[in-house]
Design a protein around this ligand. Structure first.
Ligand code: NAP
Length: 518
């Protein structure tokens, strides 16, 4: 076993050339680290912008999709809307005054991502339709080899996995699903040629996605059956509210005001961690509002009882909708809460034996949220694979570093999903944190950076303790839980996040310095 504290052979560290082909030394320091970023969604675009802005020029972003945007590129189902206000759901470095709605549609958000990538000169660093299938650490050279689907290999000093959380669709294991005669589509892989108008549509799943797609498809379908084995609490909000033009004009003409609004929203969201803590008045108020939304939205007591969740509001990722209750109480949609027994060639059979004939099945069944960079195979120091390291579920140090994987970092990695802190903010903080490490590498102060197991354990112990008194821990089952039963979320407030990612703490890392760094 190689000793991470030992000095590396300087000869072997130099690698075999530049990834981007530039090999240029940027403003960041004496040598230009070769950086491969995997993923061009929120995390990847942020990382690419922050690092190139910091002077790191030898950087390439690999994106398996045909466009940037990550979830906003892959999710194109009808009705897709972001339930976070647009003026908050944007990059701090790219404020957009011109959102058409308070809560923007998926297609508008996707256009924004494309625009940001172009405006900030990132497109020429991004290789679209390029899937990284493996990343292997070379113990001797101290470099990573990233293998692409076509067999090409890239040598890198640093690999940054910005591969997202809600990336890989969860296809349910329902008997007979493959025997269905009509189209079966997962919401995250929507077939844009699919026309559901005049068809009998089944929608399976009651999360944020299911609720949005039901409301969008029901008005034109010949009948929609919503298979909702586990009803969820839904907060009513006027999701179609336009952003007044005068607001856009004011924000456009006064960038200072826009920055103030952004910071204000970020500041206001600081109360969100309090909402998920036990016994706070804010939590009780939001929970009361969820119950009120159901009571006002569904007058029929029988239907209301069927739609009443068994767990507490906020226990799962909160669903927000201005139209679901209106749709499900109308004649355009039927609610079925019996679990699905099987799918036949022409319909869905529920546990009570009823047959529901349908023409199209829409799977709003969520994601394998704990895969992170997988199915890419990742092999770190001493042949340790990421599957072995994460046998008991994904674990990282402060969302970004993993013991056994030197010079590999994650942006929006384990514990980063959260409803309470902006993902863009988390990505920016993490990217700046990584820039600090890269500057040290550039100055020749360090070659190999590997977080210690002790620091990672300590962080995860703190996470577990902080999860105790949260609503997430009150007995519901959701994608928040990893395979091993840990809650894969960020339990602390934003100030803690900012502090933890302010500057690297060398005491938490094994740092190796070559005798004669190049
Ligand atoms: P989800 O919240 O994980 O919900 C999956 C749904 O599929 C659940 O209702 C689940 O039921 C159901 N399901 C899974 N397997 C099933 C089976 N075999 N039979 C019947 N039902 C089955 O997934 P999601 O709705 O795609 O949302 C995931 C996350 O994406 C959200 O929580 C949110 O973070 C994000 N999202 C955000 C927005 C936004 O506006 N910002 C919009 C969409 C999604 P059980 O609960 O019974 O397992």
């Amino acid at each position: 076993m190689s000793d991470p504290e030992s000095m590396s052979d300087p000869e072997s560290i130099s690698g075999t050339g530049s990834i981007s082909g530039t090999g240029v030394t940027g403003d960041a320091g004496g040598r230009d680290p070769r950086i491969v970023v995997i993923g061009a969604g929120i995390a990847g675009l942020t990382t690419a912008h922050v690092l190139t802005d910091a002077g790191f020029e030898d950087l390439v972003v690999l994106e398996r999709g045909s466009d940037v945007g990550g979830v906003w590129h892959h999710n194109r189902y009808p009705g897709l809307t972001c339930d976070v206000p647009s003026q908050l759901y944007q990059f701090g470095f790219a404020p957009n005054p011109d959102w058409s709605k308070i809560w923007a549609s998926g297609s508008e958000i996707q256009r924004y991502h494309r625009d940001v990538a172009e405006r900030f000169g990132l497109m020429n660093r991004i290789r679209l339709n390029t899937e990284a299938t493996a990343a292997d650490f070379d113990d001797d050279a101290g470099t990573w080899t990233v293998t692409l689907a076509d067999g090409e290999e890239l040598i890198a000093d640093f690999v940054i996995c910005a591969t997202g959380v809600l990336t890989n669709p969860q296809i349910p294991d329902i008997p007979g699903l493959d025997d269905f005669d009509g189209p079966v589509v997962h919401t995250a892989r929507w077939d844009e040629s699919l026309d559901t108008a005049g068809k009998r549509v089944a929608v399976i799943g009651t999360g944020s996605t299911g609720v949005q797609v039901v409301s969008a498809l029901a008005p034109t379908a010949a009948g929609l059956v919503h298979f909702a084995r586990t009803p969820q609490w839904i907060l009513w909000a006027p999701m179609r509210l336009p952003q007044p033009r005068i607001v856009a004009a004011a924000l456009r003409s006064m960038p200072g005001l826009h920055a103030l609004v952004y910071r204000g929203l970020l500041g206001a969201s600081a109360i969100l961690p309090d909402i998920v803590r036990n016994d706070t008045w804010r939590r009780r108020a939001v929970q009361a509002y969820a119950r009120l939304s159901l009571r006002v939205g569904v007058r029929d007591p029988e239907l209301r009882a069927a739609l009443t969740p068994r767990d507490q509001p906020l226990c799962k990722r909160q669903v927000v909708s201005g139209s679901y209750y209106r749709t499900i109480t109308s004649s355009a949609a039927d609610l079925v809460t019996d679990p699905i027994r099987e799918i036949t060639a022409d319909g869905v059979v529920t546990a009570d034996g009823r047959v529901h004939p349908v023409d199209v099945i829409v799977l709003a069944t969520g994601f394998r949220a704990h895969d992170y960079m997988r199915p890419m195979s990742v092999t770190g120091r001493d042949g340790l694979t990421i599957d072995e390291a994460w046998r008991d579920g994904p674990r990282a140090y402060r969302m970004t570093a993993i013991p056994g994987f030197p010079n590999l970092f994650t942006v929006l990695g384990p514990n980063s999903p959260t409803g309470s802190i902006s993902l863009q903010h988390t990505s920016e903080r993490t990217a700046h944190y990584l820039a600090s490490w890269l500057r040290r590498f550039a100055r020749g102060e360090v070659d190999r950076i590997e977080v210690t197991a002790e620091a990672t354990d300590e962080f995860n112990d703190d996470v577990r303790a902080a999860m105790g008194p949260t609503v997430w821990n009150t007995g519901c089952n959701s994608w928040y839980f990893s395979e091993s039963g840990t809650i894969d979320l960020w339990p602390f407030d934003r100030a803690t996040l900012d502090r933890m990612l302010a500057e690297p703490d060398p005491q938490h890392f094994h740092l190796t310095v070559a005798a004669d760094p190049r």
